[in-house]
Design a protein around this ligand. Structure first.
Ligand SMILES: *[C@@H]1O[C@H](CO)[C@@H](O)[C@H](O)[C@H]1NC(C)=O
Ligand SMILES: *[C@@H]1O[C@H](CO)[C@@H](O)[C@H](O)[C@H]1NC(C)=O
Ligand SMILES: *[C@@H]1O[C@H](CO)[C@@H](O)[C@H](O)[C@H]1NC(C)=O
Ligand SMILES: *[C@@H]1O[C@H](CO)[C@@H](O)[C@H](O)[C@H]1NC(C)=O
Ligand SMILES: *[C@@H]1O[C@H](CO)[C@@H](O)[C@H](O)[C@H]1NC(C)=O
Ligand SMILES: *[C@@H]1O[C@H](CO)[C@@H](O)[C@H](O)[C@H]1NC(C)=O
Length: 460
């Protein structure tokens, strides 16, 4: 059974984990009507003989200043560029190189038939790099032109994370020179993406006054960014206030009886009927009481999908994938994995039953921006809840595990949640450590972090 995490320990976590990301969690829940899929302009050969002095000035915002100056000097930056034009050029560089990385990964995949580990790594790369490309396109084509700097920060933070994930996946399959080459290419790509992101951060803080731009700082430098949440204790924006709306009408129903009762037998079948909607209305899936033993994926194209269960412990989605199995890595152990934005869930349990010996076995992986999860229960051992990327809000949830069981590189808020620690089984006589959270920020410019607030003290 789960043991209790003492409240004082939680207070400590609260103190340590309060993220710089709070400021980015101000959300406009109104969806845009049209998506501008502006492709960054491809680079014509540059005849510039000198680097405009604005470039080295703007590059002061970055961690890789030499790369920044040299790459932008060769890029298609207009004369007397504005700070925003420099940022857009930096994003275009990242985008162009990302496409090269994607074709390298495609070659790895094509040449890896029969090699399970490399095929797995390449497939994960394909998925996360596609996600990276989507976030980059939205940053430059949607967020920046509309002055939505916080969105641009959130999306470029995720774009960089996905590139890092690809490199991380290949590390376990680095047995050809193409893989090795791809990994060093990804390093360069990540420096471009980091540079673009860092400039966005400086632009957010100092606007067009590039003389004030400097490398990104975090809590470790004593810089705490509270933004619009200052003093309010959280809950800015209706995204955070709202939770899952209460009056949702189901579009489809899932039940154990299946089509005989006019419903789908599996959650995945119901998800597959959701439209590929860019900014459309919600697609509400009612999941009736029962245990659904399946792996569920909500793809990037399916936005605003809502899972409504009959309550924690009554509607249960269960799986048991673990990293010990061939072709499975942490990313795809998830029982439920969501990529689509605007995902919501209420009133259900998601679990991964892979037990001790402890191995990474994710119950829920979330990559949907602005997701809202309320009254849900997540059960597992190691790595239960993979709050992987982007902005996530968990309200009145119950999360149980033993090692690193809330992890990822998202900006996630947990409000009124219960966090329960399961004992580890392997060496009880030697004592054991249970790390509750393991946040994975890799770049100081990323606007990510975990915040545990108003944790429930009504423990089981
Ligand atoms: C694949 O990965 C597993 C787990 O890391 C390892 O045990 C196995 O030897 C690898 N297989 C190959 C062919 O490299
Ligand atoms: C990549 O993402 C786009 C959305 O931007 C989607 O339409 C497409 O199907 C994805 N491709 C793959 C291979 O996942
Ligand atoms: C791996 O890539 C690095 C960087 O490009 C290079 O220096 C090294 O020689 C490569 N190693 C192999 C075995 O290909
Ligand atoms: C990949 O493998 C090559 C050859 O063993 C090695 O030189 C290189 O350092 C490895 N790359 C990474 C990033 O681990
Ligand atoms: C920077 O200058 C541009 C062009 O004058 C303007 O459109 C933009 O709003 C300015 N940005 C900020 C943050 O003030
Ligand atoms: C499922 O089928 C059983 C037996 O036919 C029936 O009693 C029950 O009401 C059905 N449940 C649903 C949710 O349709």
């Amino acid at each position: 059974m789960a043991s209790l995490l003492s409240f004082s320990l939680l207070s400590l976590f609260l103190f340590l984990l309060l993220p710089s990301s709070s400021a980015t969690l101000k959300i406009n829940p109104r969806r845009h009507l049209a998506e501008q899929e502006q492709k960054p302009v491809s680079k014509p050969p540059s005849f510039a003989t000198t680097t405009p002095s604005e470039i080295p000035q703007a590059c002061k915002a970055t961690r890789f200043q030499d790369t920044c100056v040299s790459s932008l000097s060769k890029a298609n930056v207009p004369p007397n560029p504005s700070p925003l034009q420099i940022i857009q050029s930096a994003i275009s560089l990242s985008d162009a190189n990302l496409k090269t990385a994607q074709s390298m990964v495609k070659s790895i995949l094509e040449s890896s038939a029969g090699n399970v580990n490399r095929t797995t790594a390449a497939k994960i790369c394909m998925e996360v790099l596609n996600n990276s490309q989507y976030r980059i396109a939205r940053s430059s084509g949607d967020a920046l032109p509309r002055g939505k700097i916080k969105d641009a920060r959130a999306w470029m933070s995720a774009a960089l994370l996905f590139q890092y994930d690809c490199s991380g996946a290949l590390k376990y399959a680095n047995d050809t020179s193409l893989t090795n080459q791809t990994m060093s290419f990804l390093d360069t790509l990540m420096s471009f993406s980091s540079n673009a992101l860092s400039m966005i951060v400086s632009y957010d803080a100092f606007g067009n006054d590039t003389k004030s731009w400097g490398p990104p700082k975090t809590e470790r430098d004593g810089v705490w960014e509270f933004g619009s949440e200052t003093g309010s204790g959280g809950d800015s924006g209706s995204w955070l206030r709202g939770g899952v709306p209460s009056n949702l009408t189901p579009d489809v129903t899932v039940c154990k009886n299946g089509s005989g009762s006019g419903c789908y037998k599996t959650v995945q079948e119901a998800v597959d009927t959701a439209p590929d909607n860019e900014w459309g209305s919600r697609y509400v899936i009612s999941i009736k009481e029962g245990v659904y033993d399946e792996i569920v994926r909500v793809p990037l194209e399916k936005k605003n999908v809502v899972f409504l269960g009959d309550g924690m412990g009554r509607t249960v989605i269960t799986g048991s994938l673990t990293v010990g199995q061939p072709g499975i890595s942490t990313y795809n152990t998830a029982t439920v994995g969501v990529l689509g934005d605007g995902f919501m869930a209420r009133g259900l349990t998601i679990q991964n039953t892979a037990g001790a010996p402890t191995q990474q076995a994710v119950a829920f992986r979330s990559d949907g921006d602005l997701s809202i999860i309320e009254n849900c229960e997540f059960l597992g051992n190691q790595d239960t809840l993979y709050a992987h990327s982007l902005r996530q809000f968990y309200k009145s949830c119950r999360i149980e595990g033993n090692v690193d069981f809330i992890f990822g590189n998202s900006a996630a808020i947990f409000q009124d949640c219960q966090i329960l620690i399961r004992p580890r089984q392997e060496n009880p006589e030697k004592g054991e450590k249970n790390a509750v959270t393991a946040h994975g920020r890799t770049d100081p410019a990323q606007s990510t972090g975990l915040r545990l607030s108003k944790l429930s003290d009504q423990w089981d």
